[in-house]
Design a protein around this ligand. Structure first.
Ligand code: GLC
Length: 734
């Protein structure tokens, strides 16, 4: 035993030495290269353009550009890389960036939908596949994961993130970074991640994209920063600074967040790229009087690379940094620091070793189409949330004689890929119509009709749709948003069903036939009438390639829906902002008491709460036990709970753990998600689920912004959503 232990110990020491040597060796190489670079060549590394032309080819030869984005043709990538490596003086390779947000050729559910699976392992797998496909097409770097917490569904970019909760957002940030980057960034199939948009972009006033953000440091640190910290801890090589103003200092020139927190507190050693012309936009913020001052403020704050503006706006660093150095307004050391960070990432992703796309490698090492489709289908199924299922209308019987399939998204191969699909292959998208055909025997008649468009007032097919519905045994209506109604620059003031879709549903409802509504959207929609009148409702987000197969599996019971909402569904846009982890206030909302924090004209509860999702079976929670109910600050509490499947079909349940801090020296949310565990239970099966409550889970920023555990009473609350919970109390004594 002793010899084995000795062998293991010496093996680990060797590995550690090798890693340290590699790091030192890497830093040595960076410093050597830096020492050879002219100021012009250093500035070039801080410059990114979005397309190539003859002038920019010349800049590549001069070493005056270090990166491109949106170069989607592998041959073009190799062509311009060849110029950089073989025709410039120092041969520093270009790093090619691309928005690979939820798949490259294989399109997975939008990130908000993936998050609804509460399955980080599967989300990581999808990112791995996206990385593989992107890398084989010449992408080195993805501008993802987008980790912005979003609590206002009017904001279109809620589609790109992981919803409203910092813990869930942190878990998904970790999964996606590890999926994109793999265990070894030098592996040719891996690409470097970019956590964005740093920081607090999702708190834009009114949910209006690019709008002002103003919040306390406590809110910043407790809600908006954790997913970025999680991405950095997972090893993300880059971050992207945001467009928004943050407490009076634009995020792309905010020294406090970009240097004080990111570098000095977190020790991040990668690089920060601006968002598209977000440095140049400091002039629009009226925070810089011209592009020269914008360059000065951006670099000084800690933005290392200037992402191209368009032809009109152009770059800010390229034309201004040299004179800023020559006029003594910026020290060359500051530029050196940014260059080193960028070179560090170029070394880490192996660009100096293999700057060109290695097609032989990808021919020999590629994930099969079957495996990609299998992961896409599983993740799509797990992303679907069953919002309502009155009288167990679902699952439908496969021997049903006739089905009316109606709606503008029922036979649609583009919109289900959602916003920010990268290089989608639309013909690969399985529509709901095709999914039903794949699922049902020829004996079932599928009466398909579009019925209306997504967003106009054409009612010409209404009568025909009502007739089709009347002739069928059951009706499936597929409605929602188009893919360009969420994502960037897509905030909506009214988040109901667009166009005349709701009118069509009401007309069909009059037939009295059983109706299932399938929603496709990039955000929560306000659906009070549907919630009131329609027996079964699925939220399917935008599921990508496997849309129709996943939805058909759920509709006909071949997959028991397990999705849970990563974001609250408001009853009306007037309820916004509405999120689960709100504070008590001095007058906690009380339906029976007018003089409490609420609206006169709408219930205090949301349409559907955070963490909510139904199943075709029922899960029962009992025997919540703690290994101690009194503890010191440094102790942990072991929690056990029995979860049983008391129905007659197998299913998966996301067991969620929330913590409530009864009283504290600063006001705290009524509850906060601190852990979850997705389990699978056969009918009649019971599992004991265990959690460990650590001091960190009880901590918060006190009045002086110290991260502390305060003595006092706490509740641990566990359940299948953020409202139906069973709880137990424990006390931190000192
Ligand atoms: C866009 C987006 C950002 C994206 C970048 C490059 O404006 O804000 O998320 O990565 O530009 O496309």
């Amino acid at each position: 035993m002793k010899t084995q232990f000795k062998f293991l110990l010496s093996f680990l020491i060797i590995i550690l030495h090798l890693r340290i040597y590699a790091q030192v060796n890497e830093e040595q190489k960076i410093n050597d290269l830096l020492s050879k670079m002219t100021l012009k060549e250093k500035i070039g590394q801080l410059v990114q353009f979005s397309f190539v032309n003859s002038e920019r080819e010349e800049l590549i030869r001069e070493g005056s550009v270090g990166s491109f984005l949106n170069i989607t043709n592998p041959k073009e990538v190799n062509r311009i890389q060849k110029i950089a490596v073989e025709e410039s003086r120092l041969g520093i390779p270009l790093i090619i960036g691309q928005d690979v947000i939820h798949g490259y050729n294989t399109t997975f559910p939008i990130p908000l939908g993936e998050t609804a699976s509460w399955n980080p392992e599967l989300v990581k797998k999808a990112a791995e596949i996206a990385s593989w496909e992107a890398a084989s097409n010449g992408v080195h770097w993805t501008f993802a994961p987008m980790v912005d917490i979003a609590r206002d569904p009017r904001w279109g970019r809620i589609a790109e993130g992981s919803g409203e909760d910092p813990y869930l957002g942190s878990v998904m940030a970790d999964a996606r970074v590890r999926g994109f980057q793999g265990n070894n960034l030098k592996e040719k199939r891996n690409i470097v991640a970019c956590a964005k948009h740093y920081v607090a972009y999702g708190e834009a006033i009114g949910g209006k994209d690019y709008n002002t953000v103003d919040m306390s440091e406590r809110m910043l640190r407790e809600v908006y920063l954790p997913p970025f910290k999680s991405a950095v801890d997972a090893g993300a090589g880059t971050l992207m600074s945001a467009f928004n103003d943050l407490n009076g200092i634009p995020a792309s020139a905010n020294y406090f967040t970009l240097t004080q927190i990111l570098r000095n507190e977190w020790g991040f050693d990668g690089f920060v790229v601006s968002d598209w012309n977000s440095i140049g936009e400091l002039v629009n913020h009226r925070f810089a009087k011209d592009k020269m001052e914008a360059a000065l403020k951006g670099l000084t704050a800690g933005v290392d690379m200037d992402m191209a503006g368009d032809e009109q706006t152009g770059n800010v660093y390229l034309p201004n940094l040299e004179s800023l150095v020559k006029n003594g307004l910026i020290k060359e050391e500051l530029i050196n620091e940014s260059v080193k960070r960028i070179l560090r990432i170029k070394y880490r992703i192996g660009l100096f070793d293999h700057p060109y796309i290695d097609s032989v490698y990808f021919k020999q090492n590629f994930i099969s189409k079957e495996e990609r489709e299998k992961v896409a289908l599983q993740l799509s199924k797990e992303s679907i949330v069953l919002l309502k299922n009155e009288d167990e209308l679902l699952p439908l019987k496969k021997d049903i004689k006739s089905i009316a399939l109606i709606g503008p998204l029922a036979d649609n191969q583009e919109d289900p890929t959602g916003p920010w699909s990268t290089a989608p292959i639309f013909e690969n998208v399985v529509t709901v119509l095709q999914g039903l055909k794949n699922k049902l025997q020829s004996g079932t008649r599928i009466n398909y009709l579009k019925g209306c468009n997504i967003n106009d007032d054409d009612r010409s097919e209404f009568d025909k749709a009502v007739k089709t519905a009347g002739e069928s045994d059951a009706i499936i209506i597929v409605v929602g948003e188009s893919r360009d109604m969420s994502g960037e620059a897509s905030s909506r003031s009214d988040i109901g069903l667009p166009g005349v879709q709701l009118e069509l549903i009401k007309r069909i409802y009059e037939t009295g036939k059983p109706i299932v509504v399938v929603l496709m959207s990039g955000r929560p929609l306000t659906i009070p009438w549907l919630s009131e009148n329609i027996p079964s409702i699925l939220e399917t987000w935008f599921l990508g390639d496997q849309t129709g197969n996943a939805i058909a599996d759920v509709l006909f019971g071949d997959y028991n829906p397990s999705g849970k909402l990563p974001v609250t569904f408001p009853r009306s846009v007037g309820q916004i902002p509405i999120f689960y982890n709100y504070k008590s206030t001095g007058r906690p909302p009380d339906e029976k008491n007018k003089f409490t924090s609420k609206y006169l004209d709408i219930p205090i509860t949301p349409q559907y709460p955070f963490g909510f999702g139904l199943s075709y079976t029922t899960f029962d929670y009992k025997n919540l036990k703690l290994d101690k109910t009194s503890l010191w600050k440094s102790d942990s509490v072991l929690v056990k709970i029995d979860v049983s499947n008391v129905g007659d079909v197998a299913g998966s349940e996301v067991v969620q753990l929330y913590i409530k801090d009864w009283f504290s020296s600063v006001t705290r949310p009524l509850k906060e998600l601190k852990a979850f565990n997705k389990i699978h239970l056969e009918p009649g099966e019971t599992k004991t689920v265990e959690f460990k409550i650590t001091p960190n889970m009880l901590s918060f920023y006190d009045e002086k912004m110290n991260w502390i555990v305060e003595p006092g009473k706490f509740d641990v609350m566990i359940g299948g959503n953020s409202e139906d919970l069973i709880s137990a109390t424990f006390e931190v004594t000192k």
